[in-house]
Design a protein around this ligand. Structure first.
Ligand code: SAH
Length: 236
């Protein structure tokens, strides 16, 4: 399989270096599972001031990202590779990102993330480029960069081979709607707190049952919304 190609269009490419050069995102690239390509939107400004934003028609605060640099940049990026990317525009007004969408995006062969800044995008960028709009939650960030990084990190760790065998993603929270069970490591006793006996029993079936019970209990207590979804899944 050819590696997933991730293009990122941003005014702040330097924000991505530390993330993409660390831990699992870095290792996945070294293993040839993914490649990252950063493009600075500023390079597509055509006037002397290198403008990429302007004041909103109709008045109001802030600056709006202009059409021309954005369209030129997207078209130039897309010419770099014959595979057409799925265009993903970061926006607090988008579909709220979740593990299901991460799993779907991890099956694509090319993704283009478009990060906004300032007040947001000229509506014609959205109408003309028809990206999917994705939000990472109901709060407003200064720019789409952190949102793109959150999404990229969650996708890359799903690529087959990205996690070592010892790290598997299958049991994790959200993989099947339930949250993960509590984890313990050495020592057995710490400041009077001990590891549940069952985990030391060596009885694999009993441990598996206990973990499932813990997952249900936690999900019920902490995330009634997920618990409802789980109930609907198991009893359609
Ligand atoms: N005025 C806009 C917000 C602009 S925030 C509005 O009210 O909808 C500036 C940029 O940050 C956005 O264009 C988007 O790219 C990014 N951004 C902010 N919050 C985000 C979120 N929750 N999820 C994804 N991107 C976000």
């Amino acid at each position: 399989m050819s590696p997933l190609r991730i293009d990122i269009l941003t005014l702040f490419p330097e924000m991505f270096g530390p993330l993409l050069g660390t831990s699992i995102p870095k290792r996945a690239a070294q293993k040839g599972l993914v490649s990252y390509h950063l493009t600075n939107l500023r390079d597509f400004a055509t006037d002397n001031h290198k403008s990429v934003d302007d004041r909103p028609f109709g008045g109001g605060p802030g600056m709006v990202m202009m059409c021309q640099p954005m369209f030129d940049a997207v078209e130039a990026i897309e010419r770099l590779d014959p595979r057409p990317p799925m265009r993903i525009l970061l926006s607090p007004q988008g579909k709220v990102f979740d593990q299901r969408l991460a799993e779907e995006l991890a099956t694509k062969d090319r993704l283009l993330f478009i990060a906004g800044h300032y007040e947001g995008f000229d509506q014609r960028i959205i109408d003309g480029l028809s990206p999917i709009e994705v939000s990472i939650g109901d709060y407003v960030l200064s720019g789409g960069e952190l949102a793109a990084m959150v999404i990229i990190d969650s996708i890359v760790r799903l690529l087959p081979g990205a996690l070592g065998a010892e790290e598997g993603a299958a049991d994790e929270s959200f993989a099947d709607v339930l949250l993960e069970y509590p984890q313990y490591t050495r020592p057995r006793e710490f400041r009077g707190m001990s590891v549940p006996d069952i985990l030391l029993s060596g009885n694999h079936q009993a441990i598996a049952d206990w973990r499932i019970e813990q997952r249900k209990k936690r999900t019920q207590e902490r995330r009634p919304d997920l618990w409802q979804a789980h109930q609907r899944e198991v009893t359609p």
